[in-house]
Design a protein around this ligand. Structure first.
Ligand SMILES: Cc1ncc(COP(=O)(O)O)c(C=O)c1O
Length: 397
């Protein structure tokens, strides 16, 4: 049997793959700490859970409208106005089974095989897989620690081609935690305004997890509104990963196409989960802010511990809940058992074997010498993880 070449050649999600390995090793009884997961370690706030429970009893157990319940789409419109200064109408909102599905919908709705898309490396793992499925041509722009892993206008200009259709922008970023300032975004918009064929996916899923820096939505700048697909969801800010709910706010033609695709695939997002999401959009932000404050405490604590590891290069992120240290000074070194570590995957395997510490290798995010550490873990786990990382790296010669 010849199976699909497109799916066979697609990369597995590295973050989910490592999480699977951590579970397997733990099941064998090994003492493993894995700072691998991209999900808040908090429970969904109570008012949201209550709304979903009541929705079940109220009969929200039937097929939902494909694009989401009108009340939820209206609540999202109000939220985008209130928090982001964006003026969308309800028919521009499409609710999906997670922002991940929203992104797949947009990519499949917008691209033809051979269309060109631009990723800014490091980028979130799944962008690449989506573009693979759409058979797009991809350019990865490399950024570095000195630029806080952000793209410059010159780099962007140089990457754009006549057939460029999509740019992926993610602020705050997974995996780096970096955020673009208003001025930085305006400088990128100046470039984009010269290239009207380029649309931008603005992935703002970490917008509520920011530590003092203003979150700016690309769609508010210059004439970008009509060329921006704003992607957001409930997973990160509201600790609702398992609910599988996300949405786009987009130009109407794109919203329509994603509606058609979704109507032929999932038929829409879970009915009673959407009622919880309405409570999330319309309720108070106290619990969201409390989670953010907890992340901030952990960020500062872990940053101090990471800075103390000699040879490790790291910057203080402005948002999300990740560190993305550069371990280039350790590649090429030798383990106590005499193994030379030639790439970041080998280094990560060594840390699991030697120290029981699981991190996500940066190869998954399009860079060669980094690891991603999530700090959506308890302070105790973070302390222990930093200790193991320092110990494992310290043993290399
Ligand atoms: C940058 C980014 N975008 C989108 C998603 C997808 O989120 P979800 O499908 O849970 O809404 C994630 C989740 O890890 C992410 O990190």
């Amino acid at each position: 049997m010849q199976y699909s070449q497109l799916i066979s050649s697609m990369e597995e999600s590295a973050t989910l793959g490592i999480a699977k390995k951590v579970r397997a090793l733990k099941a064998e009884g090994r003492d493993i700490i894995g700072l691998t997961l991209g999900e808040p370690d908090f429970d969904t706030p109570e008012h949201i859970r209550e709304a979903a429970k009541q929705a079940l009893d109220k009969g929200f157990t039937h097929y939902p409208p494909v694009t989401g319940y009108p009340a939820l789409r209206e609540a999202i419109v109000a939220k985008l106005k209130r928090d982001n200064g964006l003026d969308y109408a309800a028919d521009q909102i499409v609710v999906s089974t997670g922002a991940k599905q929203s992104l797949y919908n947009v990519v499949l709705a917008m691209l033809n095989p051979g269309d060109h898309a631009i990723l800014i490396a490091p980028y979130w793992v799944s962008y690449r897989a989506m573009l693979h499925l759409a058979q797009a041509e991809v350019t990865e722009i490399e950024t570095d620690i000195a630029a806080a892993y952000k793209v410059t206008p010159e780099q962007l200009e140089a990457a754009i081609k006549p057939n460029t259709r999509l740019l992926f922008l993610n602020t705050p970023s997974n995996p780096t935690g970096s955020m673009y300032s208003r001025e930085e975004l305006e400088a990128l918009v100046e470039v984009l305004e010269r290239h009207p064929q380029v649309y931008v996916i603005s992935d703002e899923i970490y917008e509520y997890i920011t530590f003092g820096m203003e979150h700016v939505s690309l769609g508010t700048l210059g004439n970008m509104f009509d060329r921006t697909i704003t992607v957001n969801g409930f997973s990160k800010g509201f600790a609702m990963t398992g609910w599988r709910l996300g949405y786009i706010a987009a130009p109407r033609e794109i919203a329509k196409l994603t509606e058609k695709l979704q109507g032929q695939s999932t038929s829409g997002a879970n009915a009673f989960a959407q009622q919880g999401a309405i409570a999330a959009m319309t309720g108070g932000m106290e619990s969201v802010n409390a989670m953010r404050d907890e992340f901030l405490k952990r960020r500062d604590m872990l940053f101090a511990d990471l800075k103390a590891i000699e040879g490790l290069e790291v910057i203080l992120p402005d948002g999300a809940f990740y560190f993305y240290p550069d371990l280039k000074n350790f590649l090429g070194k030798t383990t106590p058992a005499g193994q030379k570590l030639t790439d970041i995957n080998e280094l990560c395997l060594y840390l699991i074997e030697e120290e029981g510490l699981a991190l996500v290798p940066g190869a998954a995010f399009g860079t060669k010498s980094h690891v991603r550490l999530s700090y959506a873990y308890s302070e105790q786990e973070l302390k222990e993880a930093a200790k193991r990382l320092g110990s494992g790296l310290g043993k290399l010669s």
